[in-house]
Design a protein around this ligand. Structure first.
Ligand SMILES: [Zn+2]
Length: 274
């Protein structure tokens, strides 16, 4: 899934390498997919993209936003854009494609589920987009410790560490993927009850959120994900499908996984307090 380190990496790559390219046409759902989501107007707005050029790209939480003169194209969740500059190697199966007039293109194959939204500039009312665009995150300004503390719901509500960090879009782009290394770094198990946590636990979580997401972004994303050119990220994940059955690099004890809150979690029983 696209999360902050990947949306940051891919948006920068589009900005740097594809700005100025002119769109000749787009193709929606060349290959049908049950869990590929488009906004209703995507077809109509997509046609209007013909002849426009890419003016840049930015990350919005875990979303990648491509700008043209008049419109925005937004990718999220499993909608990974992949650039291809060899016409003879264009993928045959894809859920979305942008063809450029120099015979290159961007192709999206949805992984599990994913969304693509096309709309005229200034006209997006999608809540998910607005929240991703406006809330601070560790790669933007305003993500202070006070702000982080303000994200915890009032009234001592019961929330586990995973529920606090990776649900309700509290921190856009922080999902179940980057969560694993953040909690390992902070020494906190995903199931740890945050309502009982002392301030030091919030402090170490805050530090880990910043440190891990910045490191992942600086290193071109995680080694479990791929960038615009199909290259794996250089950040070596401590806890992911890659590290399962490997010893914890901190204590040497075997890592475990289980299902929790609709996703796989990885943990070290020694290093993370539960
Ligand atoms: Zn350990």
């Amino acid at each position: 899934m696209l999360e902050l380190p990947e949306s940051y990496t891919i948006a920068n790559q589009i900005q740097k390498h594809l700005s100025g390219k002119i769109i000749s046409h787009i193709k929606i759902l060349q290959t049908p997919h049950k869990f590929a989501f488009f906004n209703n107007e995507a077809g109509r707005y997509g046609e209007a993209l013909e002849g426009q050029s890419i003016t840049g790209a930015v990350f919005r939480g875990g979303m990648v936003e491509i700008n043209t003169e008049d419109s925005l194209i937004v990718f999220y969740d499993g909608a990974y854009p992949r650039y291809c500059e060899d016409r003879t190697k264009f993928p045959k199966k894809h859920q979305f494609a942008i063809y450029f007039d120099d015979e290159t293109g961007i192709f999206v194959s949805i992984q599990m589920y994913g969304g693509i939204t096309i709309f005229p500039k200034g006209e997006c009312t999608n809540d998910y987009y607005i929240s991703s665009s406006t809330k601070p995150n560790p790669l933007t300004d305003g993500f202070t410790f006070d702000y982080f503390m303000s994200l915890y719901p009032a009234g001592g509500k019961k929330l586990s560490a995973k529920a606090f960090l990776a649900t309700q879009q509290r921190i856009p782009g922080l999902g179940n993927g980057v969560l694993q290394d953040i909690l390992w770094e902070a020494g906190i198990d995903p199931r740890y009850p945050m309502q009982d946590a002392p301030e030091e636990a919030f402090r170490s979580l805050y530090d880990a959120v910043n440190q891990v997401i910045k490191a992942m972004a600086e290193q071109g994303g995680r080694d479990t994900e791929r960038d615009l050119f199909g290259q794996k990220g250089r950040y070596i994940t401590q806890l992911s499908k890659n590290s399962l059955n490997q010893p914890c690099t901190r204590c040497g004890y075997e890592l475990h996984k289980t299902n929790y809150m609709g996703g796989t979690i990885y943990f070290c029983e020694h290093c993370q307090k539960r």
